[in-house]
Design a protein around this ligand. Sequence first.
Ligand code: NAD
Length: 489
Amino acid sequence: MLNAQANLNHTPLAGLYIDGQWLSGSEQLTVINPATEAPLATVAGGDAKDVEYAVQAARQAFPAWSKTSGAARGVLLRKIVSGVQERRERLIELQSRNNGKPLFEAAIDVDDVIATFDYYARLAEALDGQQDSTVTLPSEDFAARLRREPCGVVGLIVPWNFPMVTTAWKLAPALAAGCCVVLKPSEVTPLPELELADIIAQSGLPAGVFNLVCGTGLAVGAPLAAHPNVAKISFTGSTAVGVQVMQRAAETIKGVSLELGGKSSLLVLADADLDLAVELASGGGFFNAGQMCSATSRVLVADELADAFLERLKARAEAIRVADPFEPEVEMGALVNQAQYQRVLGHIARGVNDGARLVCGGKRPADLPRGYFIQPTVFTDVPLDSALWREEIFGPVLCVRRFATEDEAIALANDSEFGLVASVVSRDPGTADRVANALQAGLVWINAPQVIFPQAAWGGYKQSSIGRELGPWGLQAFQEIKHVIRAAF
Ligand code: NAD
């Protein structure tokens, strides 16, 4: 078992798990605790030759693994579930230490990982007997069947904001489908994935089915995305890197699933419950210190509620306890690293320069001289052409804007290059459904916090996504479709 604290100033952790062996790579990654700025561990990451080795191992394992029964794959996925359950506390701690999020948030992540592996264990089991289905043709001379097969060796590239969750959403369905995997975690938060890899290493999965290569995007992610023997890349991260991944994948016409950025809205309609709206705005903006692709960072409020809403949201934001994730009653932790901290402060300064009105926050909390902490921040009167309104900030920053009509609110929400999620607050089910149907977003919550279930699809419209994760769609993303048509015997 890894011990990131014990590792401090000691030998680098092996950051490669290839063909059933732990290995060290040539690159040294320093992993920090963002709440203290202190180094947590050094991880030896890999490069293109390690990617080559991992892809080869996965290729060799594929013929046997792809032929295992769904039931057998389900058994192994359930062993991973048990392993994560056994190390739940340890994984929660690692998530918080490496990412800066409060323990209660890290617990939600780890429970989501358990639920996701459990769900795909069931889907794997259900594959038996369903691999082939009959297709009815308009001819008695021919018969057809449709066969779903695992698509091969897949590359999974994930970010740092929900490290183990984004991994589980890809890894569990890929293994359930019968694919072999090369996983590249974020170089910023590799510790939770290293622990997960250790659990997988002990689950009895055949060597080469699951491979992990820690490292930077350029050293490991880029060669993985370009590798000719990788059938598919499933990537979660920024839009800019998503474009590069797609370009590299295009060279060998490999399939891509992309989960990218967002600039999502929460719509507070005229009949909304104001207290609920304030809670949902606060959760949608400040959970995970706002480092969420699904952050509802635009809050659109009906004219008649706007003054009262802003007053209550300001009071709520100012009352949020920002602190080290291990402090009692902490509500918001640290941003993930210095680069992200400076990026968000830069957005705040630029927003003020562009004429937006700062309602509260905008700075480092006075009682936290160290660590990458930023106060929950609320802006209003944000110009519609400003970066604050249009770009993904990925920090605890909300922009509140009033609207006069439902149509105006929908138009404001849809006026974005992204379309990941949206939230609607209204007491009237008909109104809420009408607005939800008009929004260009892959997931709309009505009067609900951002609850996510493995059974429901994840992904968005426009530049937020290509494809969908979770549910049966997440499994199909790792399957090829084969039609067999034969002449009648
Ligand atoms: P990022 O794009 O910088 O990095 C994501 C991953 O890609 C990392 O593992 C990184 O090492 C790797 N990478 C970097 N350059 C690469 C390259 N040239 N080729 C291949 N791989 C490369 O993103 P991040 O800063 O880690 O995460 C934040 C971003 O992730 C935000 O934009 C957020 O919206 C997005 N995100 C989206 C979802 C979603 O479901 N839509 C979920 C979580 C995060």
